[in-house]
Design a binder for this molecule. Structure first.
Ligand code: PMP
Length: 461
């Protein structure tokens, strides 16, 4: 067998990859035909591929490398922890120092009385925990019929059976017989695509009130919780109208249902506060975390739980756990990541410096002939591509055709920008400088120009 290294020709690496590696969210035959892009190293906000291209990573990996690539301190902490205690579990009345320290830090950073952490290896696993935790909570309180979790269409909450069921992606539900029972989906607050003639404010209120209608239809005695991302990420960075979240909070309070904020993307500075819940002004009982918790340097996620829920769950044996709950290396790296964020004032940098700077430039993209709306909160933004802004029209092609075309132009111009249908989205590392933000806008504009020309040529607009 040959030893596989960074120095092998790209074509050989691609052939081996396609032969043995099944990729997530990918048509494998298509990948085999064109060859995967091989990423070999990364530093700051840039990734490098096997052809030597330096690409500006406008997505921070998968929305996760918040403090940027190439942090020696995290590598050092991981190596130290691996030598000292590479693994031990937290079952059977045992614990270890990294998980104690990380939990204390998270309780300090999380708002209100969110003081308790149940760990997982990922955001999906954490949401599976949440399903079982909220149902167990109500059963413990003598209300075992309160099982239904209300979520939203076009939400993303993970790929496990539970996470994908909570999510509202029809393409995911279609594969594998989802959702699992007692998950109910209401409509999303996506004004651009679904707002019709209503003002964003009217529409936001109306979509929030669907929660109340659902509770009344299902019966208050059946509803356990509502789960949502403060700002939908994978659904296309959908920024809800200002009227949306206050109404959702009012309804959760009125019917005393648990509110779960999925902070997997919004958490850890992405929106200009430590948590997206603070940015949109809500008081969740549980927050799902992952990604930015370790800036992606180690796989770790979890649920941060309020005093009341933790107390009720704590009074029974919660028959739930993963081998890697509070993994020592992942915990040590996550803690060091949070220390770096605090020492370097990265959340302040987002709120006061880079997000306001990027916002002005990002929102100006709305003047491009291909762009209908441009939204951004903190360091997560989206633009809607359209052939006709005033009517918010869609293209004369399958949804996503022009978005895909634009993404390909971005790659060719050394920028990672993702597309969700015909929305383009960004979520760059939080440590981005103003010069790097200029570069992002410059490359995005060039890509939009090229995509516009191509779409016109192909008769799509
Ligand atoms: N929730 C949200 C809001 C997410 O964006 C994601 C991942 N994109 C998940 C959950 C699932 O996290 P993971 O991929 O770590 O399982």
């Amino acid at each position: 067998m040959t030893t596989i290294t960074n120095h092998m020709p790209t074509k050989e690496l691609q052939a081996l990859d396609a032969a043995h590696h099944m990729h997530p969210f990918t048509t494998q035959t298509e990948l085999a035909a064109r060859g995967a892009r091989v990423i070999t190293r990364a530093d700051g906000v840039f990734i490098t591929d096997s052809e030597g291209n330096e690409i500006l990573d406008g997505m921070a990996g998968l929305w996760c490398v918040n403090i940027g690539y190439g942090r020696d301190r995290l590598a050092d902490v991981a190596a130290r922890q691996m030598r000292e205690l590479p693994y031990y579990n937290t079952f059977f009345m045992t614990t270890h120092v990294p998980v104690i320290a990380l939990s204390q830090k998270l309780a300090e950073l999380a708002p209100g009385d969110l003081n308790h952490v149940f760990y997982a290896g990922s955001g999906s696993e954490a949401n599976d925990t949440n399903i079982r935790m909220v149902r167990t909570y109500w059963a413990q309180k003598g209300k075992p019929t309160k099982k239904v979790i209300i979520s939203r269409k076009n939400a993303y909450h993970g790929s496990t059976l539970g996470g994908a069921s909570l999510g509202g992606m029809s393409g995911m539900h279609a594969q594998g017989g989802l959702p699992i029972p007692d998950i109910h989906h209401i409509d999303q607050p996506n004004w651009w695509s679904e707002g019709g003639d209503k003002t964003p404010e009217e529409f936001g209120l109306e979509r929030a009130q669907q929660l109340e209608q659902a509770i009344l239809e299902l019966g208050e005695d059946r509803v356990a919780a509502f789960i949502a991302e403060p700002i939908q990420g994978a659904g296309g960075v959908i920024v809800p109208p200002a009227t949306y979240w206050p109404e959702i909070q009012r309804i959760c309070d009125k019917y005393e249902i648990l509110l779960i904020a999925d902070e997997v993307i919004c958490g850890f500075g992405r929106t200009g506060n430590w948590f997206g819940s603070q940015t949109v002004g809500i008081r969740p009982h549980i927050m799902t975390i992952a990604k930015g918790l370790s800036s992606g340097y180690q796989p770790i996620g979890g649920s941060i739980v309020c005093d009341e829920v933790a107390e009720v769950i704590g009074a029974c044996e919660f028959n739930h756990g993963y081998t890697y709950n509070g993994h020592p290396v992942a915990s040590a790296v996550a803690l060091e990541n949070l220390n770096i964020m605090q020492e370097e004032g990265i959340v302040d940098h987002v709120r006061d410096v880079i997000a306001p700077y990027l916002k002005t430039k990002w929102e100006a993209l709305v003047d491009h002939p291909l762009v209908g709306e441009a939204n951004i909160v903190g360091m997560m933004g989206s633009i809607a591509l359209t052939p006709h802004k005033e009517s918010r029209a869609t293209f004369a092609a399958d949804a996503g055709t022009v978005g895909y075309m634009c993404r390909e132009r971005c790659f060719a111009n050394n920028l990672v920008m993702r597309h969700v249908g015909d929305r383009m989205i960004i979520s760059p590392p939080l440590v981005m400088t103003t010069a790097e933000a200029d570069m992002l806008i410059e490359r995005a504009t060039k890509s939009l120009d090229e995509c516009y020309a191509q779409a016109k040529k192909e008769g799509l607009m």
